[in-house]
Design a protein around this ligand. Structure first.
Ligand code: ATP
Ligand code: SKM
Ligand code: MG
Length: 166
């Protein structure tokens, strides 16, 4: 068993949204590792960051990603920073990974004030720029396919993935 597709990309790329559309189109279950971490911890991602720190979140996330890659037979969306973990990157080599690319201005308009996204607190635009600069090469490294999402609807993005994997 393995996910049909694993979506990676920065906050605001549309991983959760597009995963839902692909699951509906294929009649497959959808899983999102941010939701898995929240279920295990019994707290929101934001609360875990504030109360226990980012490293505690990353430890929970590593375990949640490994479990989902092993068990989930549908569409899987990863948290935006999951690919920072070298163990996760190793595991992803055996999977169909799609990078949802988003540029700075579309990402900023999609995340709004960044509510619920603790890494964006204070300076949404500056934080997203830094994360895009730092992580884009990592997303490109783990993904077999990159799909541009700027100026496109989630439906259009999902359709491109469906066609590419058909
Ligand atoms: N292609 C798109 N065009 C316009 N808006 C979009 C697009 N994709 C997603 N959105 C909107 O952007 C917001 C963020 O999308 P979503 O939560 O799916 O991103 P994400 O990649 O899962 O982010 P995170 O890493 O924070 O979980 C949502 O309000 C969603 O409706
Ligand atoms: O890009 C990131 O590092 C994050 C993205 C979100 O999906 C959450 O996993 C959390 O807010 C951290
Ligand atoms: Mg998401």
């Amino acid at each position: 068993m393995a996910p049909r597709v694993v979506l990676v990309g920065p906050m605001g790329a549309g991983k959760t949204t597009v995963a839902g559309l692909l699951g509906a189109a294929w009649g497959l279950p959808v899983r999102d590792t941010d939701a898995d971490v929240e279920a295990v911890a019994g707290r929101s991602v934001a609360d875990i960051f504030v109360e226990s720190g980012e490293q505690a979140f990353r430890d929970l996330e590593r375990t949640a990603v490994a479990a989902a890659l092993r068990e989930h037979d549908g569409v899987l969306a990863l948290g935006g920073g999951a690919v920072l973990d070298p163990t996760t990157r190793d595991l992803l080599r055996d999977h169909r990974v799609v990078f949802l690319r988003v540029g700075l201005s579309d990402a900023v308009s999609r995340v709004g004030l960044g509510v619920g996204r603790p890494l964006l607190l204070g300076n949404v635009r500056g934080r997203i720029k830094a994360l895009l600069d730092e992580r884009t090469p990592i997303y490109e490294e783990v993904a077999g396919l990159t799909v541009d999402t700027d100026g496109r609807t989630p439906e259009d993005v999902a359709r491109e993935i469906e066609e590419a994997l058909a």
